[in-house]
Structure formats: structure tokens, C-alpha cells
Design a protein around this ligand. Structure first.
Ligand SMILES: C[S@@+](CC[C@H](N)C(=O)[O-])C[C@H]1O[C@@H](n2cnc3c(N)ncnc32)[C@H](O)[C@@H]1O
Length: 899
């Protein structure tokens, strides 16, 4: 599989490049450039280029014969590797998706069968090559000596006139090539029970939308996404949860979870039902059928944590607990569960998908090219390390931690892992997950690296902020001078100071140097090149100037030879975009083998992040679609949650968050290591959304029990309300979340954003005297205990119920009408005959019976679509659809398979 995956990708690149040769020749002859000029392309950054060439990003290559990554042994190979990298990152990122692992097996099989027509069958397509890629001179150039760039090595000073002598990208007619390909290919390591569930498209989104022959695939993808059978997620984003190897029933912490694609993936496994059918061996309904595993999904950015809630809602899972706190201070709770093997750590698995510079995401975030800055990585390093260290302390002994980034920079990757291993002092060991990830192409992690910094002392964002502050200060001063002048004092001395300060804000001249590939791979020349671009290199931490020691930390440096032997950093996974036609990523899997003792020495390695700021431009903002790896905007020092804005919560409740900083919301504690932690015990400003889950007033229950005939088995203690306000919604909270998180006091320590599923909602309709109606969201956990107001429907009646608006009684069969007639107005449940005990299939509906012989369905439109599609997958064809000739291949008129 691995071989095929690699071959597929390389074959594609070679074909594309070969197709370009003719066009390049034509263009060079025709435009008078004589073929000698170098095309300067927009996807480039001189500093990025020089930095990564020196640190060795292009020093290894994939050898198809041995199916291994091997060191490049010649300049030509390095050059070819670099060209492949550049060509790949200039291509549009192919979309990829995952079939939901927790889907009902029948539906999952149908989805996978349908998919075969796009995966298994090759079709001929006309594909447009990306312009940037077409600017390279084809395969023959890959192994030829690099064209001498006029400005290369001449860049002694960034303002060198020659440096700007460039030609522009040729953007004449796009290159069109004909390809015979399968429109999608499997991602072998995204699988379950020997079924591959991950797929990557062979074409970009544009081709998918525009190409007539791909219309069936495009339509299929849209439908399957809408009904929640597949999830679009980047290939590299699917990797960390697979590496983490979560299992049904585990407790998992996702420390930096928003926007949540990895959380969903974790939840699909962890939130699985121990007894999938919901029945015991005798076919009786199992009352307490609920997942025992859970995922705590945390993000320090409250707005993003709400985004996470929206994303997770479609999972309809009671097994997730969304919190918002700085991961560095995520509380270490007493483990009162039976899970723990040792006092330290309460999670079986912890995912630290930390905030990073995201320079592996340039295929979807082209802004990376413009704003790439090595200082950003250095500033992120201590934050990443602190999050990872906290994650490690929160992991059970015997449990696993995954550290991941979408950056290629060793400052954010191997150096963080090495420092973590050093601090853990034998309590953590790296493991290599390659063996269980069929088809994964990942380079070994680096055991040593060079440490460089840029000479500019401020990042772009920091400069901007400082400039703002500075302007305000200047205005204040000006006023002061005017006053002093009036009193006869001389303000000249202060003016001097201001001039010095202003110089500090100048944009680094190196920012404007154009891109140019290295003309030689000679190490001295590469070093010279970085120097000329303003980089400073350090051999060891002792060489770092005192004023730079806050930025270039001791933990940034590579391990000693002795340490390297123990750490085994080669076990980390490092993948470049060209390897699997993805973004770049880094993943490390660590096993905790004993408790971690964090000594003062260890904290010296980390220190605090005070005074450092991360370039927001590098990190980008939240990107909606495909935001699996959305990078973040962060100011490390001034991190507060005061910029919340109105956010959608739950089923459309509008919640207005008040401005409140952590200090206002909680008690600020100083931890023993000198760091600050906030206990959310004193809530001055409250808002509904951040209130804890508590037991409702017991007087709420009698009318509800009476209305729906709730059996004694009904677990009242698992239905909770938010602390303040009227108890409008009763949430079903899973037993394990209640026992292991809520009852252990987590709500006093972190801001709780959301958990549970709505079980009951306050009745507002006049038709009924009932106090609460049922909610579709948590129905599957209420239904087993309901003895009144449940009607069984055949497939046609069930189908007729799933409609927007009012449905008259006479639409239904006679027996069903009789059942409706017998009900008093109000809320009731309809179950599909044959599926009423099969909780996993969720073929039941919350309905409302009106006094005027009408009913309507209390199910969201999206969920209605999902239910109808489930019926179709189970073989049902509505009578009207059958009459219209739709779905003729599956026409089992008015029945389901097996009925
Ligand atoms: C790379 S993104 C995570 C992507 C996410 N795992 C996914 O798959 O969708 C990093 C996240 O970390 C959050 N973050 C930044 N600093 C944090 C901190 N100190 N503690 C917890 N989360 C943090 C950011 O708000 C951002 O959402």
C-alpha cells in the first residue's frame, strides 16, 4: 500500500511536469527571454527558502525501490527534492474526506459501495495545471543544475539594486493536460475493521466543480456531507487521532481542540456504544446504553470553543465535555475513577495539537509566504512546550500523549519533544506508530538541528502594536512638551530618545528581498546566504546574547549525543507536502511510563512566556471550511477572553456573553512553580453559557414522570440544568462525565462551555398542559424509560411524519390514525416498527399532536434529511418517489430490507 501511495503521487507529479516541457519551450522561444531568465513566483519567501535550505529540509528523499526516506547524496538530488517541494506547495491542496466510523454498519457499507464507482474506476479528465507549477521547467530541470539566479549570493545587502531585477510569472493560457485517473483514492491508514474510510480526491476543488464528468462525484459528496455520512477533513489532520490509537470507552483530553475536526474523529471512536445495538443477549432494550468513554475538548479561545460546540453538534454525542481554559493550566483533578493506575493523570489519551506557525499549511494559507518569520516559531516554542508538559502530567501512567503541529520547523517540533523528554526524565518514551499505519509516508524526526534567529527584534504584529502604543505616547509627550516650552524647560533630550524608539519600528529591510533558490548546496554558501538575510546562528545556548535569551531558549537547542541516543527522535513522524500530496505536518507519540516529577530545574528550561508576542500574521485567523488545521492568532502575554461576542449556543438559543476577563471570573492563584492559575470559584459576572451543570430542583420531575410514564429505571441524576436562570433545558449527561468530571469538581476549575444532550425542554406551546416536551437531541437516552405517548409506525407512516410543517391525520394509515386520535394534544414519540429497540439506528421522532387533527415533527431539517437518507440506505423507497421513477435500482416499494 505504502509503495502505491508514494508511486501514485510521484507519478502524478512527473506526468504534470513532463506535460509542461513543451509549453515551457514554446514560451521561452516566443517571449524573447531566451530561456535563460528565472521566473519569480509569488509563492515564495527568501528567508523561508534560505532558512529551510540550511536547516536541511531538502536533505532527504523518498526512494521508491527501498520504500524508505534516504539522505540525498548529491546537490542534484537536493535540488530535485527542493523543486518537488516547491511544485507541490504551489499546487492546490486536494480535498479529502472521511466516512464516519460510528455510522450504522448497514449505512456505512452502502456509502462505501457507492464510493467504489469513483475510487475503483479510472476516467479520462482534462485537468488544468496550476500556473506556479507550470513555471518550472519540467522533469529535465529537476535533475539539472539550478539555473543561476542573478541575485543569488549577490544579496550582500538587502537593499542591493540587483536583488530586484526579476521577471514576472508567465500567466498566459493555462496548461491543460489529459489524465486517466480514478477521481478519488483511498488513504489506507484511515481505516477501521479492515475497511478503508479515508479518501483523498485526485483533483482539486475547482476541477471537481467544473468538470462535467465529475458531476456525479460532486453531487454524491454534497449529499453525503449534508446527511453527516462523510466529513471533509484534511489528510494530515486525520493522522494525530489515528496515531493516538484511542479505543472505545477511553477518557481523552483534546487540549487545543477548536475548530474540532480531530475532536470529532476521536469522538467517533471513544463515544462508541459498548453494546452497539442497544439490546442485551435476549434482545431486550438495554436501559443504560450509553458510551463509557468521553472526550474533554478544550480551547483557550472561548469564541473558538463555541465554534467547536457547533461543529460537534452534528455528532449528537453525550460523550463530549467542552471547556475553555489555557491548556498550560488545565486542572489536574483527583482521579476518583477506576481508570487510574496511579494518582497522576486522569486521561487515557491526551492530544496536544498545539498552536503553531502553520508553515506546513501554505497550500491553503498562501499568507504564510508573505509573513513567514522564524521569530514566530521561537516565540511559540515555550507555549507549545508548556502545553505538552501539562498534557503529559494529565496522562495516566501507561497512557499516551500525541504532540502535533502543522509546522515544519524544528523549533516547534523536535526541540519541543526533546525538551519534554528531558524534563520528564524517563517518565515519557517516544514510540513509533509507523508499523500500524499502513501506507503512511513519514520521514524520521531529526535528532539534531541548527538554531537560528532573525535579527529583527520584533515581529510584524508586535511592531504594529508597539507603534500604536508609541503613537499614543508621542501625543501625550507632545502635549507635555508644549506645556514645558511654555514654562521655559528644554525637551531636546527626550526628543533624542524618541528618535531611537522610532528606529525600532522600521520594517526589516530583509522582508523585501525576493525569492531565489540556492545556486549551490555548499554549506558555507548556505550559511552566508542566511547571514545576508539577517539570520544569526548559535552553536549553543551560551552563545545567545542576554537580550535574546527570552526568545532563543535553552530548550530550543538539540540534545547532546548522549541524550539523542535515549530520546530516539527519529520515531517522530515528519511529512512534507510532496510525500503524500498533503500539507506538511509533525506528529510525536509518547508513552507515559511513570509519574512526572517537575523540578525547578525543569521550569528553568521553560520559564514563562512573559514579554513575548507571536506574529498574528503568521498564524492566520480561523478559516471556516477545511479548517482542520486552522492556525491561530495569539498574543501570549495578554491572553484573555474578553473579546467574546454574541454566539449561537445549543439549538438556537442566543447567548450574550458579557465581557469578563479570567481575573474577573475567578480567583487568581500562584502555582508552586510561580505560574498563575485561575480558580473559577468566584464568579462575579455570570452568563448562562458558562454556568455549571447542577441537579434541578426535584419538584421539576413529578409532572414529567407522569406525562411520559417514566419508568423507575429513568436516571434522574443524569439530567442536569445550567446553574443560573430558569431550568429551561434538562441535559442528559453521560454517567462517566458526571462521575469523573463533574463530581470531581472540574466545573470549579475551568470554564465549562457545553456538554450533554438536550433531554427535555420547557413547553411553551399552549396546546398542552405538560411542563416539558421531549427533545430529539437526547431522545435515545430517554426512550428506553418512556411508557406513555409512544406510537409505532410502519415505514410509510414514519416517512410521512418526517415532514416540515403540519401533517393532517388522514395522510396516515388507519391504525396509526387511531393511535393519534387516542392521544391528548402534546408531545409524543414515533418509533419505526422493527427499529424501536435498535437504539443505535435512532429511527424515532419527537412529534407534536395538535388539537386540530394535525401533527408536526420536532426535528431539525438537517436531521430530517439524515433520517430520510438512512431510510434510503436501509432500502426504503417512498411511494411517491417510486412513482416518479427515482431510485429505481433500490425500489422496494414502501418497505425496508429485511422486513
Ligand atoms: C492548531 S489549532 C487546533 C486545531 C484542532 N485540533 C483541530 O483539529 O481542529 C490550535 C488551537 O489552540 C488554541 N490555543 C492557543 N493557545 C492555547 C492554550 N494556551 N491552551 C489551549 N488552547 C490554545 C487555539 O485557539 C487554536 O484553536
Amino acid at each position: 500500500m505504502g509503495k502505491n501511495w508514494g508511486k501514485w503521487n510521484r507519478k502524478r507529479k512527473v506526468e504534470e511536469r513532463t506535460a509542461k516541457v513543451d509549453k515551457k519551450d514554446r514560451r521561452d522561444k516566443g517571449n524573447g527571454n531566451g530561456g535563460g531568465s528565472y521566473n519569480v513566483v509569488p509563492n515564495s519567501n527568501a528567508k523561508f527558502e534560505a532558512y529551510y535550505s540550511l536547516v536541511g529540509l531538502h536533505n532527504s528523499r523518498y526512494d521508491i525501490d527501498s520504500q524508505q526516506f534516504v539522505p540525498c547524496t548529491s546537490d542534484e538530488e537536493k535540488h530535485a527534492e527542493r523543486e518537488l517541494f516547491m511544485a507541490t506547495v504551489s499546487d492546490i491542496l486536494p480535498a479529502s474526506f472521511r466516512v464516519d466510523r460510528s455510522l450504522d454498519p448497514t449505512i456505512q457499507n452502502t456509502v462505501l459501495e457507492e464510493l467504489q464507482q469513483f475510487v475503483g474506476k479510472e476516467i479520462e479528465l482534462e485537468v488544468e495545471l496550476p500556473r506556479r507549477s507550470a513555471a518550472f521547467g519540467g522533469m529535465k530541470n529537476l535533475l539539472a543544475k539550478p539555473t543561476k539566479c542573478t541575485n543569488d549570493n549577490d544579496v550582500e545587502h538587502p537593499n542591493n539594486e540587483d536583488a530586484t531585477t526579476t521577471t514576472t510569472v508567465d500567466d498566459e493560457v493555462p496548461t491543460i493536460v489529459k489524465k486517466t485517473i480514478a477521481p478519488a483514492k483511498p488513504i489506507p491508514f484511515i481505516s477501521c475493521n479492515n475497511k478503508v474510510l479515508g479518501f483523498q480526491l485526485s483533483v482539486d476543488k475547482r476541477t471537481l466543480r467544473r468538470n462535467k464528468s465529475l458531476e456525479p462525484l460532486h453531487t454524491w459528496l454534497k449529499i453525503q456531507t449534508d446527511c453527516g455520512h462523510i466529513t471533509r477533513q484534511e489528510t494530515v489532520s486525520m493522522i494525530p487521532p489515528v496515531v493516538l490509537d484511542v479505543k472505545e470507552g477511553m477518557s481523552v483530553l483534546d487540549m487545543c481542540a477548536a475548530p474540532g475536526s480531530k475532536t470529532c474523529q476521536l469522538l467517533e471512536v471513544v463515544g462508541g456504544l459498548p453494546n452497539h445495538s442497544g439490546q442485551d443477549d435476549n434482545g431486550n432494550l438495554v436501559h443504560a446504553v450509553e458510551p463509557t468513554g468521553y472526550v474533554v475538548a478544550n480551547d483557550s479561545d472561548t469564541k473558538r470553543a463555541y465554534m467547536l460546540v457547533t461543529q460537534l453538534r452534528r455528532m449528537n454525542s453525550p460523550s463530549v465535555f467542552v471547556t475553555s481554559c489555557d491548556g498550560r493550566f488545565f486542572p489536574i483533578l483527583d482521579d476518583k475513577s477506576v481508570r487510574g493506575t496511579d494518582k497522576e493523570g486522569m486521561f487515557d489519551r491526551v492530544l496536544c495539537d498545539v498552536p503553531c506557525s502553520g508553515d506546513g499549511t501554505m497550500r491553503k494559507n498562501p499568507g504564510i509566504w508573505k509573513h513567514w518569520n522564524q521569530l514566530g516559531s521561537l516565540a511559540l516554542h515555550p507555549l507549545q512546550l508548556e502545553i505538552a508538559l501539562r498534557g503529559a502530567r494529565l496522562t495516566h501512567v501507561g497512557g499516551y500523549l500525541v504532540y502535533s503541529t502543522c509546522s515544519m520547523n524544528p523549533m516547534e517540533n523536535e526541540s519541543v519533544v526533546a525538551a519534554l523528554l528531558r524534563i520528564a526524565d524517563g517518565a515519557l518514551v517516544l514510540e513509533d506508530p509507523r508499523g500500524r499505519m499502513d501506507g503512511l509516508l513519514a520521514r524520521p524526526g531529526w535528532s539534531t538541528w541548527r538554531v537560528l534567529r532573525e535579527s529583527s527584534s520584533r515581529t510584524r504584529r508586535a511592531r504594529k502594536d508597539l507603534k500604536k502604543k508609541h503613537n499614543a505616547k508621542m501625543q501625550a509627550r507632545r502635549k507635555e512638551w508644549e506645556e514645558k516650552e511654555m514654562t521655559g524647560e528644554n525637551p531636546a533630550e527626550e526628543q533624542m530618545e524618541d528618535k531611537e524608539e522610532e528606529e525600532m519600528f522600521e520594517i526589516s529591510p530583509y522582508d523585501t528581498v525576493p525569492y531565489c533558490p540556492p545556486a549551490t548546496w555548499d554549506e558555507d554558501a548556505l550559511v552566508e546566504r542566511t547571514k545576508s538575510l539577517g539570520f544569526v546562528e548559535y552553536g549553543s545556548y551560551d552563545d545567545v546574547e542576554p537580550e535574546w535569551q527570552q526568545r532563543v531558549r535553552a530548550s530550543c537547542f538539540p540534545p547532546t549525543e548522549e541524550e539523542a541516543k535515549t530520546f530516539q527522535l527519529h520515531k517522530c513522524l515528519r511529512s512534507l507536502p510532496q510525500d503524500m500530496d498533503t500539507g506538511g505536518f509533525f506528529v510525536a507519540l509518547l508513552k507515559k511510563v511513570k509519574p512526572i516529577k517537575v523540578s525547578n530545574d525543569a521550569t528553568d528550561w521553560i520559564e514563562t512566556t512573559d514579554g513575548l508576542e507571536v506574529d498574528s500574521d503568521i498564524n492566520g485567523k480561523v478559516n471556516g471550511e477545511g479548517s482542520a488545521d486552522a492556525t491561530m492568532t495569539e498574543t501570549l502575554t495578554t491572553y484573555d477572553q474578553s473579546d467574546d461576542s454574541p454566539t449561537e449556543l445549543g439549538g438556537g438559543e442566543d447567548v450574550m456573553l458579557e465581557d469578563a476577563t479570567e481575573e474577573e471570573n475567578g480567583e487568581v492563584l500562584k502555582a508552586s512553580d510561580g505560574k498563575t492559575e485561575i480558580l473559577h470559584t468566584k464568579k462575579k459576572k455570570t452568563d448562562l453559557s458558562t454556568e455549571s451543570f447542577i441537579q434541578p430542583d426535584p419538584s421539576i420531575w413529578p409532572p414529567i414522570v407522569e406525562e411520559y410514564g417514566l419508568a423507575p429505571t429513568f436516571p434522574k441524576d443524569q439530567f442536569m440544568v445550567r446553574e443560573s436562570g430558569e431550568a429551561k433545558v434538562l441535559y442528559f449527561i453521560s454517567k462517566s462525565i458526571k462521575d469523573e468530571l463533574i463530581d470531581c469538581g472540574i466545573q470549579d476549575r475551568v470554564r465549562v462551555i457545553n456538554s450533554g444532550l438536550k433531554g427535555f425542554e420547557r413547553c411553551t406551546l399552549q396546546d398542552s398542559t405538560a411542563s416539558h416536551r421531549l427533545s430529539q437531541e437526547g431522545l435515545q437516552y430517554v426512550l428506553p424509560h418512556v411508557t406513555k405517548r409512544v406510537l409505532k409506525a410502519n415505514t410509510d407512516d414514519f416517512y410521512n411524519c418526517v415532514k416540515e410543517g403540519f401533517v393532517p391525520f388522514d395522510m396516515f394509515t388507519e391504525p396509526f390514525q387511531k393511535g393519534l386520535d387516542a392521544l391528548t394534544p402534546g408531545c409524543f414519540i414515533v418509533t419505526l416498527d422493527g427499529y424501536e429497540k435498535d437504539l443505535a439506528k435512532k429511527m424515532f421522532l419527537v412529534m407534536w399532536r395538535r388539537p386540530n387533527k394535525m401533527v408536526n415533527c420536532f426535528v431539525s431539517k438537517v436531521e430530517m434529511e439524515a433520517i430520510l437518507s438512512k431510510m434510503r440506505a436501509l432500502g426504503y423507497v417512498a411511494k411517491e418517489a417510486a412513482a416518479d421513477g427515482e431510485c429505481s435500482n433500490k425500489a422496494i416499494d414502501g418497505t425496508l430490507d429485511g422486513e
